[in-house]
Structures are given as structure tokens and as C-alpha cells.
Design a binder for this molecule. Structure first.
Ligand code: ARG
Length: 583
């Protein structure tokens, strides 16, 4: 299905054309004044310049044609030249029926489906997930679902940080604690020797310990650097130990992501890009892009129109180790080879913007991907505490993601203790779902690039723009439908203003999805789900659906309720939010 503004635009374009004007003037948008009309077209203003005519005259000519169309009950021109449009109930109803019957619930499908790689998650091996990882995971997952819902082919890649200094730190520290282990021996032989299993607890404790130590102890820091270098150059014992670290760490990560309802098609890591680094270096050299600077190898990325200087991308450090930019560049080669993507999106903290600007420009200069391939950072802001600073634990530390999930689930469970609907045996399942709905919606309702304040009481509230409010709406519809057993829902007409409001919202859904996709921002999906829920609540409070005696109304209202549920659920699917039957 087309989005409604696209469908209306096609009609208005034809009218402009028929009057001898440029069809491009026929763009229809939702009304700025919903109290006066539903949609509008402002094309007469641009037309006035093109044709040296008063906008009012152009608008009048076009509106006269539109008035004859069955889609519009009114096409009025307001000075100095706005065309204000109101749809007929018949047309609204016909589109709503189409949405109800559409397998995509009215979400416009891409005309040219694209192949998109989404890089999100970005956890680091051997370091526990903390709340800094929350946003990448839930925004990335929502963008993946959104792009798929619009018909694109999407591959998600977690892009594990599994190759950097953090591994060297862990290896160096384990070496100090367990020097006798075979993996540290220079003559380690993978055929004969094996690595002692590690535990997740040990790993979680070792990394922060080693990281702190390296800040005070130069010799230890040096050891960690050497270990990193030796690992990256294939030392057998370290490779075996690294694999063990990876095994334990990835199992732990998978468990945490699955609690969040977040998943990935590929669990590639920075280490998987390693084999492309020689090729990358060769390309950079052959194209004359890389040069030595202070012992490091760098590539210029400054462009003429830059307002501020952009430092060169460093692709190899003076100690010969390759770094963050190098692995990201090599990963682009890998992705181009594996997926030939039209777009690669990186859902990463916006504070990494400079890094990505350097990487993208370098990739384009080196032609690692075709010029038209879109490389884009979908940068996100910070989740803050009530003091406006990045959210911390009570004692000021960085909060683990698992602890945050725990806290949210507990708060949610407390609220359910007094619920008459939720039996004790269902309580923990409900608490998990409601907690996650609250957390995700509380995050995703904000434009991704903005910072927001984590406020669990607000997120768990049944009032306001919350996930809980929306789940309530669904649960309400479920209970209506359960009591309507034996009745066959069917659209037969529009009987009240409140219904028309809901239907207009349903009509706007396609546009909300299109906007979310073009802005790469799931908050438009949240907002539309919320507006649908608000419109439905109003209707629900004004009418007693099941007690209605007029059969036409009753069956229509049931059909409408069912469609609202289906469309909101589609929104929630995209947002990665599960519904509950009854609450
Ligand atoms: N591991 C990185 C970090 O913790 C994030 C990775 C983001 N993705 C990327 N392709 N660089 O900051």
C-alpha cells in the first residue's frame, strides 16, 4: 500500500498537471491545523513564482478539479493560497478496510528494496555489558525491524570488540595470576596442549582490575600492549586463550541480549576483519592515500567545505599495531564482499562521530565501496540520571546492563502485586514483559540523537507516553474481543467523530513509518503508536461497544478495535516490545 500522503499527492499532482502546471507542485502533507482540515497542499506558492500568477488563482483552479473527486468532501482555498483538504468518509473507510486486509498492516513497502547492513550492539569481549550498551542494542534492533517491515533486506552484525587492548590486558593479568598455565608457554602447541576453562565471573572481575592496574603500573601496561601485539600476530598460546575468553564472553553476551529481546544475524568481531587488513593497507598505499606521519601511517580526510579541521585517520600506529579505524575500514571490505550492501548503518554513541567521519571518508577515498553506498552513523545520545549526568549506580559506578534489567523488572513486579488480572504464576513473566516495554518505549520515544533521563517510575506509569499505556490499550481490546465471541466484526460505516479520529490515525501510519525510515529514527513509530492508543481510548470512553444495540455500529466498532490492535501490535513488533494478553 501507498502511504496516504503519497496516494493523495498522486491525485493532486494530476490536478496541477491538468491545469497546465508543474506536477511537482502537488505535494500533499498532513494539515498544520487539524481543527480546520485533514490534509493540505501548499504548491500554489511555488507555482506563483514559476508562473507569475497570484497563488490564490492557481490554488482555486486546482481546487475546483479536486472538488469533483470522490476522495474529497471539501477542497477549500484559504488566502493567500493554501489548499485545505478533507476526505469523504467513504474514502477514509475504504482505506481503513485496505489497511485491515493488508498483510503489512498499511506499512508502505519499498519500491526498490535495498540491502542494508546494520552494525549495532558493539559490546567488548571480557567486559560486562553496561548501560552504555543499552541504546545501541534497542535502537539498532528497532531499526533492523523497521527496515525489514518496509521490505528491505537487512543483515545485522554485532561487531564484537574482540581484538583490542582489552584482550591484551586480560591476558597479561591472567599471566600474572596463573603463570604456570600452558597457554603462557612459548612452546604452546595447540595439537598437544589445551587451555584451562575460564568462568564468566573471573572474566568480569579480571578486566576492570587489569584496566585499573595499567593506569598505575607502566610495566604492566607495556606487558598488555605486547600481549595484544603477540595475539594479533598469531602467538599460539594466546590465540587458544583468546578463544576461551571469547567462548565464555559470547555466551554471557548472548544471554544478556536475549533478555533484552535483541538478536543478531552475525556475531562477527573486529578479529574477523583482521585478514582484510593487509589488503586494506595495500589499497591505501597503491592509491597513494596513506603516508607516514610521526611514525604512524595516516590518511587525510579533510574536505574543502569543512568548517573545522578534521584530523587524518590513523591506520597504523607507530608501534605497528592496527587500531579502531583500521578494523572498521577492513570490516567495510568484508561487508562489501559478503553482502554488497546499498547502505551500512552504524548505531553507535554520537560521541564517536569524528571516528566515523574519518572512517567513511577514508573508505570512499579508497573506493572500498561504490561512491553511492550510504555509510551512515545513526548516532545516539546518552541515557542520563535525574541529575542530568550519565546514569550511574548508587555508589557512582557504571551500571551493569544486567543490573538495570533486574531493577526494572523488580519495580514492574512490585506494581503487579496489586493487580487483579495477573495471577501469581504469571507475575514474573508479566513483570519481565512490562519492564522491558517500559524501558524500551521510554528510550525509543526520544529522538535517538537526544539525551534523555532514565526515570523508571515515569516509564512504568499507565498514564502518558509510556509503553505501559499502549499495552493497556491492547489489553483492553483483547478483553472486548473475548466478550464479543460469536460476533463477526465488519466495517459498515463511520458513526462518530472519535471513530473518524482513529481512522485518520490509521491512515497516517504509513507516513509515520516512512518518516521513521527516512530519518532513521524509531521515535516516529512510538509517537504514532501512542497517538493511535490515545484516539482509541477516547473512543472507548465515549462508547459502550458491547452494549450497542445497533448491529451495524457494533460490528463496525469491533472491526475497528481489531484493526487498531493489529496495527499497534505491528508498531510494537518493530520496537521490539512484546504484548500481554490482559492487565
Ligand atoms: N566496541 C565499540 C565501543 O565499545 C563500539 C563498536 C561500534 N561499531 C563499530 N563498527 N565501530 O566503543
Amino acid at each position: 500500500m501507498n502511504s496516504i500522503t503519497k496516494a493523495l499527492t498522486a491525485i493532486v499532482i494530476a490536478a496541477f498537471e491538468q491545469c497546465g502546471y508543474d506536477p511537482a507542485l502537488g505535494e500533499v502533507t498532513p494539515s498544520d491545523r487539524p481543527d480546520i482540515c485533514q490534509f493540505q497542499c501548499n504548491g500554489a506558492f511555488a507555482g506563483a513564482k514559476l508562473y507569475r500568477k497570484a497563488p490564490f488563482m492557481i490554488a482555486e483552479e486546482v481546487a475546483a478539479l479536486l472538488r469533483e473527486k470522490s476522495e474529497f468532501s471539501s477542497a477549500e482555498v484559504v488566502k493567500p493560497g493554501f489548499i485545505n483538504l478533507i476526505l469523504t468518509d467513504e474514502y477514509i473507510l475504504s482505506v481503513v478496510k485496505e489497511i485491515a486486509a493488508d498483510e503489512h498492516a498499511g506499512i508502505p513497502q519499498a519500491e526498490n528494496p535495498q540491502t542494508i547492513v546494520i552494525d549495532y550492539g558493539g559490546p567488548n569481549v571480557a567486559k560486562p555489558l553496561h548501560i552504555g550498551h543499552l541504546r545501541s542494542a534497542i535502537i539498532g534492533q528497532a531499526m533492523k525491524n523497521l527496515a525489514r517491515a518496509c521490505g528491505h533486506k537487512v543483515y545485522s552484525d554485532v561487531h564484537l570488540g574482540d581484538w583490542g587492548l582489552q584482550i591484551g590486558l586480560v591476558i597479561a593479568e591472567l599471566n600474572e595470576r596463573f603463570p604456570e598455565r600452558r597457554c603462557f608457554a612459548a612452546d604452546f602447541d595447540p595439537e598437544r596442549d589445551s587451555v584451562e576453562p575460564l568462568s564468566a565471573e573471573l572474566l568480569c572481575e579480571v578486566y576492570p582490575f587489569a584496566s585499573n592496574k595499567s593506569k598505575e603500573d607502566e610495566a604492566f601496561k607495556e606487558k598488555a600492549h605486547i600481549a595484544t601485539y603477540e595475539l594479533q600476530n598469531g602467538r599460539a598460546g594466546y590465540t587458544a586463550l583468546w578463544k576461551e575468553i571469547l567462548r565464555v564472553s559470547v555466551a554471557d553476551l548472548k544471554e544478556n541480549y536475549s533478555r533484552l529481546g535483541v538478536d543478531f544475524d552475525y556475531w562477527y568481531g573486529e578479529s574477523d576483519a583482521d585478514k582484510y587488513i593487509p589488503e586494506l593497507m595495500k589499497i591505501l598505499e597503491e592509491k597513494g592515500l596513506s603516508y607516514e606521519s610521526d611514525g604512524a601511517l595516516v590518511v587525510d580526510v579533510q574536505q574543502e567545505d569543512d568548517k573545522a579541521p578534521i584530523p587524518p585517520a590513523i591506520v597504523r600506529k607507530s608501534d605497528n599495531s592496527s587500531i579502531y579505524a583500521t578494523t572498521d575500514l577492513a570490516t567495510i571490505i568484508q561487508r562489501e564482499r559478503d553482502f554488497k550492501p546499498d547502505k551500512i548503518w552504524y548505531v553507535v554513541d554520537k560521541r564517536q562521530e569524528l571516528h566515523f567521519t574519518q572512517v567513511f571518508r577514508c573508505a570512499k577515498r579508497a573506493q572500498l565501496v561504490p561512491q553511492e553506498t550510504e555509510l551512515e552513523l545513526l548516532g545516539f545520545g546518552t541515557m542520563n540520571g535525574s541529575d542530568g549526568k550519565p546514569y550511574k549506580t548508587r555508589d557512582g559506578g557504571v551500571m551493569r546492563l544486567s543490573d538495570l534489567i533486574e531493577t526494572v523488572t523488580e519495580s514492574s513486579e512490585k506494581r503487579l502485586e496489586s493487580s487483579a488480572f495477573v495471577s501469581e504464576e504469571n507475575r514474573s513473566e508479566y513483570a519481565r514483559k512490562l519492564g522491558m516495554a517500559a524501558l524500551k518505549f521510554g528510550d525509543l520515544i526520544n529522538h535517538r540523537a537526544k539525551d534523555y533521563i532514565f526515570d523508571i517510575d515515569k516509564f512504568l506509569s499507565a498514564e502518558g507516553k509510556t509503553g505501559i499505556y499502549i499495552l493497556y490499550t491492547i489489553s483492553r481490546i483483547n478483553s472486548i474481543m473475548n466478550k464479543a465471541e460469536g460476533l463477526k466484526p465488519e466495517f459498515r460505516g463511520i458513526y462518530t467523530d472519535a471513530e473518524r479520529e482513529i481512522m485518520l490515525r490509521l491512515l497516517m501510519t504509513g507516513d509515520a513509518f516512512r518518516l521513521a525510515m527516512s530519518e532513521k529514527a524509531p521515535n516516529y513509530v512510538c509517537e504514532n503508536a501512542y497517538q493511535l492508543a490515545v484516539a482509541f481510548s477516547r473512543f472507548y470512553h465515549e462508547n459502550r461497544i458491547l452494549d450497542e444495540e445497533d448491529e451495524d455500529k457494533k460490528l463496525s466498532w469491533l472491526a475497528l478495535s481489531l484493526t487498531v490492535k493489529r496495527v499497534i501490535t505491528k508498531h510494537l513488533d518493530v520496537l521490539g516490545i512484546e504484548t500481554v494478553e490482559n492487565m
